[in-house]
Ligand binder design. Sequence first.
Ligand code: SF4
Ligand code: SF4
Length: 158
Amino acid sequence: MFDDSTMPGHLRESMARRKQIPDTEDRQEWKDLICSRCKGLCCRYITVEIDPPEDEEDLDNIRWYMIHRGISILVEDEKWYVKMDARCEHLLPNGRCAIYDSRPQACRDYDTENCDYRTVYEGRATAYREYTDFDRLRRSTKKRWAREAAKKRKRKRK
Ligand code: SF4
Ligand code: SF4
């Protein structure tokens, strides 16, 4: 159980406010508040979706991504992404956005519900698993393939 007494006071306040704020307009207000406390953690990388690997050749292509500095792989259920460390040109030193009113739709759509800041401060599990080490990714992928193959065999027997 997360102990909120260890949280920074401002975040505890904002969480308490959130519990009392049910409607959409105020929820936006709450999002603005939490973002105003953050240094733009979500504005420091981009992700690009890729096909999940199906064989060793696909895995070797992923290894090629990962031998480059600043690259990691995110896996969220069936979705795979290449994550590239890249600070947005519009992120100001104080963590604010220099083009807030005209920011891209992807920035508008990003939700604070499970964002980087909240997973750090609330000790939540991230919705995805991040791999920076290829061997670990390969081991985990091979286990996944074995599970999927076993499921297929089971379905065929029915
Ligand atoms: S990581 Fe979360 S709190 Fe920080 S700017 Fe992004 S959405 Fe806002
Ligand atoms: S445009 Fe603004 S909100 Fe979007 S990534 Fe850049 S700094 Fe962040």
